[in-house]
Design a protein around this ligand. Structure first.
Ligand code: XMP
Length: 321
């Protein structure tokens, strides 16, 4: 791989920020750029860098794809606006659900999300705004896993030989592509992002669609969204790398009020990891696991079974898809 990693211990934060701002300015010239904000640490850092480099010549969009967590679109927009970065919310929910319709294969789902995001939504926004540049927060681990063929991260394009100008009509600028998560967090802190943003557990680009096994419908996304609220509330105080709820495709027999209830299964995962390359399940106190089971089965309609993943990565991966 030609790309060179900048290791956390070698990172000089202030000069990295200066260098990247200069690189963004010189690539964009007098033109404008648009920016894909998801609210995660990577895209928030890139939004801050882009805003510092280009000011109001950067147009930042949050794409509501319908597969984000509860309240996420509104809270991401308001947090970034407090940091001085204006954000436009784009409602693309129908486009994403149409693209996901009937698809259950993990890589087909990722491809559908990639195409909708880059070709349909950003293709349109680029045309409307007259720009030729898209800024995004691809990091070193995303590239490594995709190039190794483990998982096709939705944001990897040029590293897979995709000419974005020919395919989508714009160039992609990736200021943090040489950094892994701990280094990205250090840059975010130095840029003045609030702690809850630069320390935010990672969340994947294809969002809750990576946490629904089988077909992704609005109803199934809503189930995993509600389970995610419970998992994030209960595990917020745990010192873990990432935690999540996953909706399984299979249903199982359960019972409710003395009657058979053929219901849904939710799997909870909670990871100890440095940078997502390898990971091990957090040894959660049993009382927390019991609370998770009790809350999810009573608060998420139709769920009769809650399990906890005890498999390290590898052979598991962090997300289920
Ligand atoms: P895996 O599941 O490959 O996840 O062990 C490693 C890290 O990457 C995140 N992840 C993704 N992020 N697009 C992203 O932007 C994706 O398609 C994607 N798949 C996984 C995952 O949440 C974890 O932090």
């Amino acid at each position: 791989m030609a790309l060179r990693e900048i290791k956390f211990e070698d990172l000089e934060v202030a000069s990295f920020i200066e260098l990247q701002c200069r690189a963004i300015s010189s690539k964009v010239g007098d033109s404008i750029a648009i920016n894909a904000l998801s609210g995660g640490v990577d895209s928030s850092v890139v939004s801050m860098l882009g805003h510092r480099a280009l000011g109001n010549r950067l147009k930042t969009y949050f794409i509501d794809n319908g597969i984000m967590r509860a309240g996420e679109p509104e809270s991401v927009v308001s947090t970034m606006e407090k940091c001085g970065v204006p954000v436009e919310l784009v409602d693309a929910r129908d486009e994403f659900f149409d693209a996901l319709k009937g698809k259950s294969d993990p890589e087909e789902k990722r491809q559908a999300i990639t195409d909708t995001f880059y070709r349909s939504v950003f293709g349109r926004l680029v045309k409307e705004s007259g720009t030729r540049f898209l800024l995004q927060g691809t990091n070193f681990t995303d590239v490594e896993e995709t190039v190794a063929g483990i998982k096709r991260q939705h944001n990897i394009l040029e590293q897979l030989g995709i000419d974005t100008e020919a395919a989508y009509g714009y160039k992609v600028i990736e200021p943090i592509i040489q950094l892994r998560k701990p280094a990205v967090r250090a840059v975010g802190k130095a840029l003045g992002l609030p702690q809850e943003v630069f320390n935010r557990p990672p969340f994947p680009g294809p969002a809750l669609a990576t946490r629904v096994i089988g077909v992704t419908t609005r109803q199934r996304i809503e189930l995993v969204r509600q389970a995610t609220v419970v998992v994030e509330q209960e595990l917020a105080g745990i010192d873990a790398f990432q935690y999540m709820a996953i909706l399984h495709a299979d249903r199982v027999t359960g019972m409710r009020e003395g009657k058979r209830d053929y219901g849904h299964q939710i799997e909870v995962r909670c990871w100890d990891s440095e940078d997502a390359v390898v990971g091990s399940p957090t040894r959660l106190p049993y009382e927390i696991l019991e609370t998770l089971a009790s809350r999810i089965t009573s608060e998420v309609p139709g769920v009769v079974s809650v399990t906890y993943n005890i498999t390290p990565k590898p052979p598991s991966t962090i997300e289920a898809l």
